[in-house]
Design a protein around this ligand. Structure first.
Ligand code: MRU
Length: 345
């Protein structure tokens, strides 16, 4: 899968407007930080690694028009920008890790002239983007070894090229397995309420000629009961030090179902998705989104006006339900608290 999900043009952050897929493949140029902030908030750009890249590029957007030459004031401004971008969405830690990288670099170079600081920050943001590409390929390679020729797999939301610089995490495993000559099938959950599975994953997998069958979220148990499912592969937005993993709402349900049906359940995520400052999944901030996402469909109301709604965008799968975490360093297995540190630090 090679898709130009996000790029820095030198003047703008160019993104695919993912809210328009699969009907239209439209690129938009975010030319200022507010436009990018809105694009993140409304999921025009989305997926944890892509959010990290968007945040880093967002800093470039913010500094490009900066005219004064006082470095201390410039660095303060970069810190304010990072704070602002960090308020767009709370769960994907990649966004905060990228901002911490940009902020740290600025703080460590406060003695440099503003022009040089700008160049250093641009190089860093570009490096975050390039590294994501390489890391996705590495995860794909490690994960592909878990795919059986002739097997059937399941995924939720979109953890593909559209969620990363170009190849994906969970879907990267499928792409790498296909490149290795394996034949297999994938069931993709539609992923209510915003249908990232139906709109994005089905689109990506079909474009890449992977045998995909779309199901509604509430069909997962039946599909697992009636079909031999060889494994479930999902992405993650934040993984705690004990291996508990936050991902799109519905992932925990798959973890529980996988255990009941004895199906291996894998999370695929890069180092930038781990939050080792958090020791337990219950401490991961979970984004709650607007009620309209649940009470309407494509602008048409689907529920009585005024009904109470609960709309958490993510859930946390406890590490006990996870068979392995596929990273760029290999597959991390239980005991997670020890093995995550061993692999990442
Ligand atoms: O709300 P979204 O679409 O940003 O949620 C995305 C997911 O849950 C993905 O599975 C996760 O970010 C991993 S993407 C490689």
């Amino acid at each position: 899968m090679s898709v130009d999900t996000i790029r820095w043009t030198g003047k703008a952050v160019r993104i695919i407007d993912q809210t328009k897929l699969p009907n239209k493949l439209v690129y938009i140029d975010c030319r200022d930080v507010d436009t990018l902030w809105h694009a993140i908030k409304t999921l025009q750009v989305r997926g944890a690694p892509a959010l990290g890249i968007a945040a880093a590029f967002g800093v470039l957007l913010g500094i490009k028009g900066y005219k004064k030459d006082n470095s201390a004031a410039f660095v303060r401004y970069v810190c304010e920008l990072c704070d602002y971008i960090g308020k767009s969405r709370p769960t994907a830690v990649n966004l905060f890790n990228a901002l911490a990288q940009m902020r740290g670099l600025a703080l460590n170079n406060v003695d440099k002239p503003v022009a040089l600081l700008k160049a250093v920050l641009e190089a860093e943001a570009r490096a975050i983007y390039e590294e994501d590409k390489a890391v996705c390929r590495a995860m794909g390679k490690h994960g592909a070894a878990l795919i059986k020729n002739g097997g059937t797999y399941m995924t939720v939301c979109n953890a593909g090229g559209l969620a990363t610089a170009d190849y994906g995490t969970a879907l990267g495993v499928f792409y790498a397995a296909k490149e290795a000559g394996k034949k297999f099938k994938v069931f993709a959950l539609e992923t209510r309420p915003l249908l990232q599975g139906a709109r994005l994953t089905a689109w990506e997998l079909m474009k890449n000629k992977i045998d995909v069958t779309l199901i509604c979220d509430n069909m997962a148990a039946t599909v697992m009961k009636d079909n031999k499912i060889n494994g479930i592969f999902t992405g993650a937005d934040r993984i705690a030090a004990n291996g508990d993993a936050a991902n799109k709402i519905g992932t925990y349900m798959l973890g529980v179902l996988a255990k009941h049906h004895a199906v291996p359940f894998y999370i695929v995520a890069p180092k930038t998705t781990f939050d080792l400052k958090i020791d337990h999944g219950r401490k991961i901030p979970i984004e709650e989104r607007s009620a309209d996402e649940v009470t309407s469909f494509a602008g048409t109301p689907t529920a009585p006006k005024g009904v109470k709604v609960f709309n958490p965008s993510f859930d946390v799968t406890p590490h006990e339900l996870i068979s392995g975490i596929v990273t760029e360093y290999g597959v991390i297995k239980t005991p997670y608290d020890r093995n995550i540190k061993k692999a990442l630090l």
